[in-house]
Design a protein around this ligand. Structure first.
Ligand code: IMP
Ligand code: MG
Length: 182
């Protein structure tokens, strides 16, 4: 059975950093309208907090992406549960996801977005996992990052393990007897 262990990012730090990210995004996009593409389900809580800190004219779209991973944490297959249902021609897009690990999920969301030919596309993740071997080539290319965290499995603030723990207000490491859950 997995067990909650240490708090990696407490709620007050999340709150402060989401405000800072919103300020960074506002400075980057100015008064141009912005189209947000949120990656569900994990980004749900972050999205809800982030968009309420953004003052510009804003449209919210979502894609549903599920990533399966191998036991060793390598990127597995990506499945779209729903794709973008609209044209993004001429729009400035910001893709928002909860966490960047191998980068497979964000790559898939980027590819899906770019296929709709937006005017521009940037990316934002709340968490970026520090990986040793097999680090994501996308890790250096994300435009807005909330926190760099160690290579541990985390839950809470929208992130789940097996569908659980999304409702925890803090981001907490999950420990599993016999290895990290993936
Ligand atoms: P990637 O595709 O390997 O970059 O992993 C990103 C996706 O996998 C995220 O959108 C999350 O849904 C999920 N994920 C990766 N690491 C974690 C974690 O530590 N906790 C919960 N979900 C994770
Ligand atoms: Mg996700």
């Amino acid at each position: 059975m997995p067990r909650l262990s240490v708090v990696i990012v407490p709620r007050n730090q999340i709150r402060r950093r989401v405000g800072e990210l919103a300020a960074e995004i506002t400075e980057a996009f100015g008064n141009r309208g912005l189209t947000i593409v949120g990656v569900l389900d994990g980004a749900l809580v972050f999205l809800a907090d982030l968009i309420r800190r953004l003052p510009m004219r804003l449209e919210l779209l979502t894609v549903g992406v599920r990533s399966y991973r191998g036991r060793d944490g390598t990127a597995g297959e990506i499945e779209f549960r729903h794709r973008l249902r609209t044209d993004l021609a001429g729009q400035h897009v910001l893709i928002v996801d909860d966490i960047l690990d191998t980068g497979a999920t964000l790559s898939a969301a980027l590819e899906e977005t770019m296929s709709h030919e937006p005017a521009s596309c940037r990316t934002c993740v709340l968490l970026r996992k520090k990986r040793g071997r097999g680090g994501s080539s996308l890790a250096g290319a994300v435009d807005f990052v909330g926190f760099d965290i160690p290579d541990v499995f985390v839950v809470g603030y929208g992130l789940d393990f097996d569908g659980r723990y999304r409702n925890l207000p803090d981001i907490v490491a999950l420990q599993q007897v016999g290895g990290q859950p993936r």
